[in-house]
Ligand binder design. Sequence first.
Ligand code: NG6
Ligand code: CA
Length: 506
Amino acid sequence: MQITKHLVPLCLILILTSCGLKTKKNGVEVTANSKPNIVIIYADDLGYGDVSSYGATELSTPNIDRIANEGIKFTNGYATSPTCTPSRYSLLSGTYPFRSQKARVLAGNAPLLFEVGKQTLPSMLQDAGYFTGVVGKWHLGLGDENMNWNGEIKPGPLEIGFDYSYIMASTNDRVPSVYVKNHHVDGLDPNDPLEVSYRKNFEGEPTGRENPELLKIHPSHGHDQSIHNGISRIGYMRGGKSALFIDEDMSDDFLKESTKFINDHKNKPFFLFYSLHQPHVPRVPHPRFAGKSGLGPRGDVILEADWAVGQFLDELDKLGIAENTIVVFSSDNGPVLDDGYKDEAITKNGNHTPSGGLRGGKYSKFDAGTHVPFMVRWPAKITPGISDALVCQIDFTASFASLVGQENLTPDSENILDALMGKSKLGRDNLILGNHGLTTYRKGDFILIPPQKGPKLNWVNHETGNDLNVQLYNVKEDRGQQVNIADKHPEMVSEMLNEIEIIKNR
Ligand code: NG6
Ligand code: CA
């Protein structure tokens, strides 16, 4: 029939164009119009000023700089919160942390923070045909009220949209000091079960408080409970000896898993959340990096992380997939020197400025708490440059959804794809930062900090940002938030306070 005669070639053309034009590069199929691979490399507590392309002069991060120099370096990039769990929650769920009462720094035995069934960044990409994986720090809870570390651990990453997961169970300073591979603790011997408690010690087990003679790194505050690898941690654990990680090897372990992941999935679009543990405490570099920065272990583990990033980028090159892989690099919150161990972070810091001249730091309402290095590279599509657009990690879900033809179903993620690609200088109009009572509001060049009771300094000696008076700063003119201009702009203050309420009740 006449119609079928025309339909067949038409269908063929449609199929071919929708697949894109395929060529082979190093044995890997490269499809010009296909969905790019997406990798988010996420540091833990890395400050705006900890990266040489963002102004660090006392240490050099050539590999992280490669991403910035070959992509868009954002000068107004944000995590949503000055601590880890809430920022990670927002990045993966497109939801402001204040919407979940539980989105605060979690204990190592906390249940999974996400509501299973709701769209997440990885589930959205799964729906678009991506193979999705997470390697590294998780700190978003695992399991439910029936949690058993020796059995099947779920729900977890695999229940919220990841096809593969190889994660640190909590943080490197919280027990249990193990990796979880998909649904099980990796390397666990069933004859030596792992027990975990955040209430009381297990009989006969040493602690940092009672047995400081067993420690190679001593706590400065907290971190004086169960001891593993000569380091006392937060929380108590017993058993599971064959599964316990070695801090010195952690960076190599995660790099190995990440490079394996991209090798295994190079032939189809993949999403990898490569979540580094550096420079969070305890800072324990591999001996290859110990003493290399001159800034003590904190500097050393930044060099170690930078090296791992370089190895990972080299692997993308070797596989011939770098061209069509989006690589994002950012950090979950701002920097801190002494975060609970006597690790020379303060004494050896010298002239280094981890916050890069921003005010405050980790845990703070001031800008350095959330204003972090933020860069996006995609050689096939992005022309390198610098952008001062307001961008936030919470926007990856909506932005990448628009890139891969999916609908964003998350409440707070905004489609700022053009800004992320460097095509537009317009990012978000406004952004709420913090969690629970710790809320600030950035709109354009202004940051508003609502009145808040409480101490001026916190336990790590950072300015909290608490003040009984409302604070307003123009961070374009006053990057270090030194001059409170709230008195001069009463209308703007009340408008901004009102907008916070509207967004909160949305
Ligand atoms: C704090 C810990 C700190 C760090 C932080 C979470 C103490 C005294 N301090 O409670 O060391 O673990 O929690 O950091 O225990 S985050 O980057 O994972 O949010
Ligand atoms: Ca962190």
